[in-house]
Ligand binder design. Structure first.
Ligand code: TYD
Length: 206
């Protein structure tokens, strides 16, 4: 039996994670591997409920509570979906993991990024991905992809843009700190080129 492989995709909204996850799944399946495609938040029944709170709750959620909600989703997901799949020798292709918490909750400037990480490490009993694919996209490009071709934003929108700029910088710093775990891909490249780059790296693991 092949060993299990844990691959995570990271990047801002609109960076193309879903498309690349689909292409990776197709490729692994054609190679005869069993693939579990999943995501955080929301990869379990409990997670769907947590996702509803973190993404759709009306009103503020205190930053520490928000960080704990993502970590709670992750704890249940790793224990009931990810670790069992890896133990069966399957390939887990996952949209977002601990790096999302470090980049997003850390970028809010309220929480210490190391503390955010340590909560998730406790939640997952230290499960690290074999490879993390960062689809890197300048935040203005991401924004235009999401909004159509707008180039001017009001003050609030610009603030949101700054937040996304900090998320991007945090991701790049994480990747620079752990080059063996990360593959950084320019997400402005054509879909097929990105897939080929990812596949070339994944083939060294599989
Ligand atoms: P989602 O709808 O899954 O968006 P995407 O297609 O961009 O993955 O929303 C997930 C949102 O949750 C995204 O804006 C990032 C955020 N998030 C965190 O802030 N912390 C986390 O730990 C995770 C997993 C996600």
């Amino acid at each position: 039996m092949s060993r299990g492989l844990f691959l995570t995709l990271e990047g801002g909204d609109g960076s193309g994670k879903t498309t690349q996850a689909e292409l990776l799944e197709q490729w692994f399946t054609a190679e005869g591997r069993t693939v579990v495609r999943t995501r955080e938040p929301g990869g379990t029944d409990v997670g769907v409920e947590v996702r509803e709170i973190v993404l759709h709750h009306r009103g503020d959620i205190a930053p520490r509570a928000e960080a704990l909600l993502y970590a709670a989703d992750r704890a249940h997901h790793v224990a009931t979906v990810v670790r069992p799949a890896l133990a069966r020798g399957e390939v887990v292709v996952q949209d977002r993991y601990i790096d999302s918490s470090v980049a997003y909750q850390g970028a809010g400037r309220v929480l210490d990024a190391r503390e955010v990480r340590s909560i998730s490490e406790w939640a997952t009993e230290g499960l690290a991905p074999d490879l993390t694919i960062l689809l890197d996209l300048p935040s203005d490009v991401a924004r235009r992809r999401l909004d159509g071709a707008r180039t001017r934003y009001d003050r609030l929108e610009a603030e949101a843009g700054e937040f996304h700029g900090r998320v991007r910088e945090a991701y790049l710093a994480l990747a620079a700190a752990e080059p063996d775990r990360f593959l950084v891909v320019d997400a402005t490249l054509p879909v097929d080129d990105i897939h080929a780059t990812i596949r070339a790296r994944v083939e060294t693991l599989a």
